[in-house]
Design a binder for this molecule. Structure first.
Ligand SMILES: *[C@@H]1O[C@H](CO)[C@@H](O)[C@H](O)[C@H]1NC(C)=O
Ligand SMILES: *[C@@H]1O[C@H](CO)[C@@H](O)[C@H](O)[C@H]1NC(C)=O
Length: 285
């Protein structure tokens, strides 16, 4: 068995460049088919940053779905996080540089505090969070010392304050998203289009699970998984690249159904079934 594997590993089928060039024809055909399948797909809703792009009957529309207030709340909530990130690796005495950095930051926070323009009920919550941060920073600057337990308590107090912001941020974002998507989904798309709709979410890896817009579309379309109508393109900021992900997904699904009689087979590593069996053998020998 081992001899056979060694023999196969060092095998040369034919000139490597020749075969590589030959395979290029496959790639060209694949790319062309992907472009074609994308042009036949619609409507598509692409969630990208603050906006949703809607591609419908050959036209492109763009709607803002994340409100500015969301970003503003996030900036305020980042204050305690910035303090934590500066201090968590210090432990003990502050260096002169750290002292100056924090002193400047304290000044910036005070400037921001004096220029806030949130809705009245939201404003007080921001003051509470800011004042907590100012109080803690002043104490650290006075003692020039970072106590781990005190930093921990500050983080917990801050968390109680910004959880209000998180709650609010989720609501305002969903309200705006729903107000923009609902007319498209319920009125402008016809029944056939509602069935064929693809939602392409461009997001980061860390928020793939329970991504807010994804969860909204799960609810709207009555789905529980990615794949049928909802596709997540991870870690790209480029709409064209994200559309390629969607195109690949759709094309592989079609090929998978035809070759394997299972539309999901090409959505995992083609080698995975064979690999699982062989890994068990390999590690137990
Ligand atoms: C921290 O500062 C205090 C007071 O300035 C000093 O007595 C102590 O030795 C310093 N500790 C370290 C580890 O530098
Ligand atoms: C729905 O819209 C598509 C165009 O996207 C059109 O081809 C189709 O005929 C429409 N279906 C109905 C039932 O109106």
């Amino acid at each position: 068995m081992l001899i056979l594997v060694i023999l196969l590993i060092s095998w040369k089928s034919l000139d490597a460049d020749l075969l590589n060039d030959f395979n290029q024809e496959f790639r060209v055909t694949y790319d062309r088919a992907r472009t074609q399948i994308l042009s036949m797909t619609g409507p598509i809703i692409i969630c990208h940053g603050d906006n949703a792009v809607i591609i419908h009957r050959g036209q492109r529309f763009e709607e803002q779905v994340i409100p500015q207030l969301y970003h503003d709340l996030k900036s305020i909530s980042h204050i305690p996080l910035k303090i934590f990130l500066t201090l968590t690796l210090v432990r003990g005495n502050l260096s002169a540089d750290q002292f100056i950095e924090l002193k400047d930051y304290l000044h910036s926070i005070r400037v921001i505090r004096n220029s806030l323009h949130f809705p009245a009920d939201v404003q007080q919550k921001q003051y509470d969070l800011i004042d907590l941060s100012i109080g803690y920073l002043r104490m650290v600057l006075r003692t020039k010392f970072v106590d781990e337990a005190q930093l921990g308590r500050f983080c917990q107090d801050a968390q109680r304050h910004f959880s209000v912001n998180i709650d609010l941020a989720a609501r305002i974002q969903l309200d705006l998203l729903h107000s923009k998507i609902k007319p498209w989904y319920q009125t402008r798309f016809n029944e056939t289009e509602r069935q064929s709709l693809k939602v392409l979410i461009m997001g980061q890896k860390t928020v793939r699970r329970n991504h807010l817009e994804k969860v909204y579309f799960y609810g709207l379309l009555g789905e529980r998984h990615e794949g049928k109508h909802i596709i997540y393109a991870e870690g790209t900021d480029d709409e064209h690249e994200a559309l390629q992900v969607l195109g690949t997904w759709l094309l592989d699904k079609r090929a998978s159904t035809n070759f394997f009689g299972d539309h999901r087979r090409l959505h995992r590593d083609l080698l995975s079934d064979a690999a699982n069996t062989y890994i068990t053998q390999l590690l137990n020998s």
